[in-house]
Design a protein around this ligand. Structure first.
Ligand code: GLC
Length: 543
């Protein structure tokens, strides 16, 4: 058996965690931007969906240069989203409904408006305040060249010069200076931030860019830097800005803090660490409880890559006793209902689809997306969902330049359109310009026309809807404890099938109709007398 059930507690081992992107979930005050009250009002809909936990993308005080991943105060709610009382109400309501709450922790960088950075700028070269960040003199005769060759993930150099001549490093936007995690003061600050939110009752953290926190001593050039960004190239040894060993001690200290609180608090690292055998080091029993499985997300919907990703996942995570996680969507990648409707491989997934690009076949994409989700939700381990995927929402691929917000768009002069297309406000009730996202028709990003028909209230009326499929999948998953189950391949041919306990899951990659597998039908992503191409089915079969 490739994976056997693992005794041990922890809701996070098998839970379904739903990512809320607060800007776009629901807008209670009608200003065009989602807010915490909007989330609280609609938590009951998530309870009906059957999820176990939510993860909230950042709602902290922020100039919103990177949609809140540029935090100016880690202990406050941005007025755009509400206030701390709203947050407390959200947590209370979620807990009342049996939903756990994870929040986003952004430790690699702050906003340039954070007081630590403002003080560092004011204090000048060589000061204690500057040691919170990575400031350096430039190269060239007058220090006019960046200190090294690092590139920002959003395009352009990863260095910006200050008026006094020093440079600071930012692996993302110039408004997101990287913190210096060698500095014990920075470490202390974050321990307190963790406690602040744990005291308020959060059940855990999704940790942003943990693989970026350590930097090689002296900040040397990246030997393999390429145009793709900050030089992330899988398999290349020891890039100076990623995966430094020094970070593990930090995660250990955080794990201890979480463990000192009652209940099962958990942290999930957005660790872009590959291969997975290397990532396993990050989920050792005293580090992260889990990390996102980007190997699975990046497999696209190609059989061989999928098989490999699943094999590697169980091998790597089981070796250290951590659950595997599974994920197909988040706020950084093209929505799967569009990604699978065209040739959008890993390289372009976070670059988005613009009006100039080949447009996806959303019908094909949705068919595959529903099947992929059903395939994923049958797997043992924890699964992450991204808001709107339960409605089968496609990417918004024709956003016009004046609506663009993602720094990637601006830092590449529009060459990479960026991630706005997956961040569009959700349609709740068909009608008007925002389909129930709010009552005012205002929206920070416009919805595409297709969203009207896909509104939640429309889908609630139909047993054939994508929403109905997700609800059934989550219900059966819970009833049969699939999240805590086992895994074995039955066939790795184009009729790809695996078994989790008594449940047989088959996906049809053959391109032709195939007979339905024997057994009691539990759920399928299509209909008809045969298993259609790109369809997934769950059957109960004891043999
Ligand atoms: C993570 C976030 C992404 C953000 C980046 C910088 O990858 O998911 O949205 O832009 O970190 O914080």
């Amino acid at each position: 058996m490739l994976h056997s059930p693992r005794p041990g507690s922890g809701w996070w081992r098998s839970g379904v965690i739903y990512q809320i992107y607060p800007r776009s979930f629901s807008d209670a005050n009608g200003d065009g931007m989602g807010d915490l009250k909007g989330i609280t009002q609609n938590l009951v809909k998530l309870s009906e969906l059957g999820i176990d936990a939510v993860w909230l993308s950042p709602f902290y005080k922020s100039p919103q240069k990177d949609a809140g991943y540029d935090v100016a105060d880690y202990r406050s709610v941005d007025p755009l989203f509400g206030n701390l009382t709203d947050f407390d109400e959200l947590v209370a309501k979620a807990h009342e409904l049996g939903i756990r709450v994870m929040i986003d922790l952004v430790p690699n960088h702050t906003s340039d408006q954070h007081e630590w950075f403002q003080k560092a700028l004011a204090a000048g070269p060589g000061s204690k305040e500057r040691s919170y960040y990575h400031f350096k003199s430039g190269r060239g005769e007058n220090g006019e060249l960046p200190p090294n060759n690092w590139q920002s993930m959003f395009g352009g150099p990863a260095w910006t010069r200050t008026p006094d001549g020093e440079w600071y490093v930012h692996l993302f936007d110039s408004s997101q200076p990287d913190l210096n995690w060698e500095n014990p003061l920075v470490q202390r600050e974050f321990e307190e931030i963790l406690r602040f939110w744990l005291d308020r009752g959060v059940d855990g953290f999704r940790v942003d860019q943990p693989h970026a926190m350590g930097k090689a001593e002296g900040l040397p050039d990246h030997p393999y830097v390429d145009e793709a960004g900050a030089g992330f190239i899988e398999g290349r040894e020891n890039p100076p800005m990623w995966f430094q060993d020094s970070v593990h001690e930090i995660f250990r200290s955080w794990r201890k803090i979480l463990a000192s609180y009652p209940g099962e608090r958990a942290m999930c690292g957005e660790a872009y660490v590959l291969p997975l055998s290397f990532m396993a080091l990050w989920v050792r029993p005293d580090e992260f409880h889990q990390t996102f499985n980007f190997r699975f997300l990046d497999a696209g919907w190609e059989k061989d890559r999928l098989v490999q990703a699943i094999n590697e996942s169980f091998e790597a995570f089981d070796a250290v006793g951590a659950p595997s996680t599974w994920v197909l969507n988040n706020h950084d990648v093209i929505r799967h209902a569009s990604r699978f409707g065209g040739d959008y491989g890993r390289a372009t997934a976070s670059d988005g689809i613009g009006p100039e690009n080949p447009q996806p076949d959303n019908k094909l994409g949705l068919r595959k997306a529903k099947a992929a989700s059903l395939f994923m939700l049958g797997l043992p381990g924890a699964s992450y969902l991204y808001q709107g995927e339960e409605l089968g929402l496609p990417e918004h691929t024709t956003i016009s330049p004046e609506h663009r917000q993602d720094p990637t768009f601006f830092r590449t002069a529009g060459k990479r359109v960026g991630r706005d297309g997956c961040r569009v406000p959700l349609p709740w009730v068909r009608g008007g310009l925002t389909n129930g996202f709010n009552q005012t028709d205002k929206a920070w990003l416009p919805q595409p026309a297709e969203y009207a028909e896909l509104s939640r209230d429309v889908q609630e009326q139909s047993s054939e809807s994508t929403l109905a499929l997700y609800k059934s999948a989550l219900r059966i998953r819970k009833e049969l404890a699939l999240g805590e189950g086992s895994f074995d391949w039955v066939s790795t041919t184009d009729l790809l099938s695996y078994r989790n306990g008594n449940v047989l899951v088959v996906h049809n990659f053959t391109g032709n109709e195939a007979p339905l597998p024997e057994g009691e039908l539990l759920l399928r992503s299509g209909s008809g007398a045969f298993l259609a191409p790109d369809e997934t089915v769950w059957v109960l079969s004891r043999t």
